[in-house]
Write a protein that binds this ligand. Structure first.
Ligand code: ADP
Length: 364
């Protein structure tokens, strides 16, 4: 079991460093690091159903922390509790040191939140949307214009500042919402599935934007996602959530290293004999074999080149035809399979996908 080296005592994610009631300082990696977010044994029940089940983790200041899991895992429920939007059934969450149940206003002042649904006013321009938020958050009028100018640059929307929001593409609207969430200079930024529904190019643009914003501002980011590539590329640490429980937590390389085998061989065979899976398991280096149907096998190995050579030799000797063969490094998908026994991509196919609302106008 992977452990959260920063988690509180008795946590579902592992070894103690800060007990409940601590001041938020201290982690195994950096003893002086401040915990921007501290979640301790948090539970959310809807009637008899437990949506979040005794989850504990800490997020260090200026860290990008990912909650990764399939739809329905409890990621949004966790964010809603941390951002004071729904009551907590049991446990605690501290945001910038403020207990969200005892001092929700102080917690709210420290955070920016980008919910999954797009909520900017479609009939207003980009600049008007940002201005309204700046006023709502009491950004002094003298500072407002400079803050908005800087944010428009950061999200690469300066030249569209006077465009009506309804004419923007999904990716541009998402970037506007990211700017809007930062207009009051929060210290901690929560983003719930920020790229769901976006095309691959817009998704990468949003990742680059978040990385760039992070390099310009002192900001802690908590992001939920069901995209493994997104979590892998963006996050310093990832918590894998499944059925409301935290099942693994560490850096992406450490999570991958925790899975036995460092390479994955995916191969498709014609006329494989009945004992083919057993024979693959006996090849040198192999730690596990999954038969994925349609004569596709997924072989985890600690010695990719040796196993591949032996696999090809075994196929030749047995008269088995190799239809396709690929060797890759371990992915977060393998990590998910290792800890949950299921493939994240299969879970997502079953789930209902969020669809970006159509845009009534034209992209400027
Ligand atoms: P995720 O964000 O990982 O997709 P959610 O946090 O939205 O998951 O949901 C976790 C579980 O809690 C799901 O099974 C969902 O159906 C359930 N759930 C969420 N909100 C409510 C609610 N208001 N009432 C009852 N069940 C809910």
């Amino acid at each position: 079991m992977i452990t959260d080296r920063n988690a509180p005592s008795g946590s579902s994610a592992g070894a103690p460093t800060n007990g409940p009631g601590s001041n938020g300082h201290g982690s195994a990696g950096d003893p002086n690091a401040f915990n921007a977010i501290q979640v301790e044994h948090i539970v959310k029940k809807y009637g008899d159903f437990t949506a979040v089940d005794d989850v504990s983790f800490n997020v260090k200041e200026e860290e990008i922390f990912g909650l990764l899991g399939p739809n329905g895992a409890g990621k949004s429920t966790l964010i809603r509790m941390m951002t004071t939007l729904i009551p907590i059934t049991a446990g605690t969450a501290r945001i910038a040191g403020h207990d969200v149940q005892k001092d929700p206003d102080a917690a709210r002042r420290a955070i920016g939140v980008i919910p999954q649904a797009l909520t900017s006013d479609l009939d207003l321009t980009i600049e008007e949307n940002l201005n309204i938020y700046a006023k709502l958050y009491d950004v002094p009028s003298k500072k407002r214009k400079a803050a908005i100018d800087e944010l428009l640059e950061l999200v690469d929307l300066t030249k569209w500042r006077s465009a009506q929001t309804k004419t923007l593409s999904g990716g541009m609207r998402r970037r506007l919402e990211i700017a809007r969430g930062l207009v009051h200079s929060p210290r901690i930024f929560f983003l719930d599935e920020p790229t769901t529904g976006l095309d691959p190019v817009s998704r990468v643009a949003v990742w680059e934007m978040l990385t760039s914003i992070k390099s310009h501002r002192k900001l802690t980011i908590l992001i939920t996602t069901h995209y493994m590539d997104e979590a892998d590329r963006l996050c310093d640490r990832i918590a894998i959530v499944d059925h409301g429980k935290l099942v693994a937590l560490d850096t992406p390389p450490a999570l991958k290293a925790s899975v036995p085998g460092s390479n994955v061989i995916e191969a498709q065979f014609d006329n494989a004999p009945a004992d083919w899976e057993d024979r693959l398991k006996k090849l040198n280096g192999v730690t596990s074999v999954q038969h994925e149907g349609a004569s596709m096998y997924r072989v985890l190995t600690g010695d990719g080149s040796r196993t591949t050579t032996e696999l090809v030799e075994a196929a030749v000797h047995s008269g088995v035809k190799i239809r396709s063969l690929s060797v890759q490094n371990t992915t977060l998908d393998d990590v998910f399979v290792h800890y949950t026994g299921r493939q994240l991509r299969d879970e997502l196919v079953k789930a209902h996908a969020f669809v970006m609302p159509p845009r009534p106008g034209l992209q400027p």
